[in-house]
Design a protein around this ligand. Structure first.
Ligand SMILES: C[S@@+](CC[C@H](N)C(=O)[O-])C[C@H]1O[C@@H](n2cnc3c(N)ncnc32)[C@H](O)[C@@H]1O
Length: 280
């Protein structure tokens, strides 16, 4: 399929999935390739036939939805975010959790890819902060809708390319070289619980001190869906907890209950007076 055919198709199909075309514009090739493969599987001659097929087969929208998952990630993505988390955000949240009488700092990595984001945090905590907060352990729930991502996160073995931005001392300490893969040592995996969850349908049933929802909801979902999920995320946060979104993302119009904490890094903090009328 030609690029312009794919663009036209995505501009037609994405709004019906409550997704936004601008989020996909730069990364569309990943989706176009998958749609091409899907059409071959279905033995359809071209994109017009696939469009007609979608109109006749409601189930196919579920297939297409899965083809639209953009899975790009890497360790220590957007270094400034992790530096701010290490130096400013996590120490403040840790202090807050201790004052609340908690022994665990609870983190949710939503749309965690193949583990790059939650494992970066696990290594950061173990190497830089654990000794400063000996009475607190970190507990990270990492969710993703894609079963392949979950499987790879479970394996926790990576090519050097996805780790190359990590501080070298962290890399040497936390990973073992197995053939040409860098595999995370088990002691760094233990604090991360992996759950296959579609954020539109379910989320972990607890409250968090820190939520990372980067390069998913606020890039790919349409505005109405963004606002709906933002409310749910805020409800899943303790007062004073922090939300981190992608550095190229913005909160949707009408966002409530959060204040900017570190603007450049897109780090927000939940206000103390947020009341959840539905108790959702
Ligand atoms: C672009 S990656 C971002 C990964 C990581 N958060 C980061 O910023 O590097 C988006 C991830 O969200 C996952 N995803 C897509 N749609 C999802 C959904 N509805 N629910 C949960 N995860 C989803 C994809 O499988 C993918 O792993």
């Amino acid at each position: 399929m030609k690029d312009e055919q794919c663009v036209r198709f995505l501009q037609w199909a994405l709004p019906q999935l409550h997704m936004r075309w601008p989020g996909f514009c730069k990364v569309r090739k990943q989706v176009c390739k998958r749609v091409d493969a899907r059409m071959r599987n279905l033995r359809l001659a071209g994109i017009d036939e696939y469009e007609a097929y979608l109109q006749d087969h409601a189930d196919e929208w579920v297939e297409l939805d899965a083809l639209c998952r953009i899975t790009i990630s890497r360790f220590y993505r957007d270094q400034g975010v992790f530096v701010t988390l290490q130096q400013r955000v996590l120490p403040a949240l840790a202090q807050q959790a201790l004052e609340r009488g908690d022994t665990r700092l609870r983190v949710w990595s939503a749309g965690c890819g193949s583990g790059e984001e939650p494992y970066t945090l696990a290594v950061l905590w173990a190497t830089e902060l654990q000794s400063k907060f000996p009475r607190l352990s970190i507990d990270i729930v990492a969710t993703d809708a894609d079963p392949n991502m979950m499987r790879r996160a479970g394996d926790a073995c990576y090519k050097f390319g996805s780790l190359k931005n990590m501080p070298e001392s962290w890399l040497n300490r936390a990973f073992e070289l197995e053939r040409d893969n860098y595999c995370l040592k088990p002691e760094y995996k233990r604090c991360v619980q992996l759950l296959e969850q579609d954020i539109r349908q379910e989320r972990p049933g607890r409250r968090f001190d820190l939520v990372l929802c980067r390069n998913l909801v606020f890039t790919y979902f349409d505005e109405a869906l963004q606002l709906e999920h933002l409310k749910r995320i805020v409800n899943a946060m303790h007062d004073g907890a922090s939300l981190v979104i992608g550095i190229h993302e913005n909160l949707p119009e009408g966002a409530e209950g959060l204040s900017v904490w570190f603007d450049e890094q897109r780090i927000y903090r939940k206000n103390n007076d947020v009341v959840d009328p539905q108790g959702a």
